[in-house]
Design a protein around this ligand. Sequence first.
Ligand code: TYD
Length: 137
Amino acid sequence: MTLQERCPILHFGDLGDERGKLVVIEGGQAIPFEIKRVFYIYDSDATVVRGQHANRESEFVLINVAGKSKVRITDGKEEFVAVLDRPMMGIYIPKMVWKDMYDFSPDSVLLVLASTHYDGGEYIRDYDTYLQEMGIK
Ligand code: TYD
């Protein structure tokens, strides 16, 4: 499987009507894990790079519920960039994938759904350590 196949873009159903849009995401259904944690990032801008880590245990889904941002994803061998610019789409990020989020629009609200409670110890924040754990270096 390619890296891009392992990190699919997800398209969520729109239950909107004349009153407005409504997007529902249920753990284990629209996304492949039960949701244990939700956080969101806003007030970042085009000069900021966030993320810059891999997670040994956590899986994520990233959704720009407003505005847009980009996420660069690599496994140390392959790399691709996904543009998150629609509230009805997200990207699934499995364990042990390195990610950088950047190019935030001023109105960007990046919603993140996670499969775990927060544990700083499961983050790899050093790229050389990541490559070593991936058996690349
Ligand atoms: P960080 O991982 O640097 O954020 P990002 O992945 O968006 O670049 O997190 C910033 C700070 O917030 C850091 O001190 C850890 C803390 N934090 C939590 O306590 N719980 C969480 O769920 C997250 C994502 C971060």
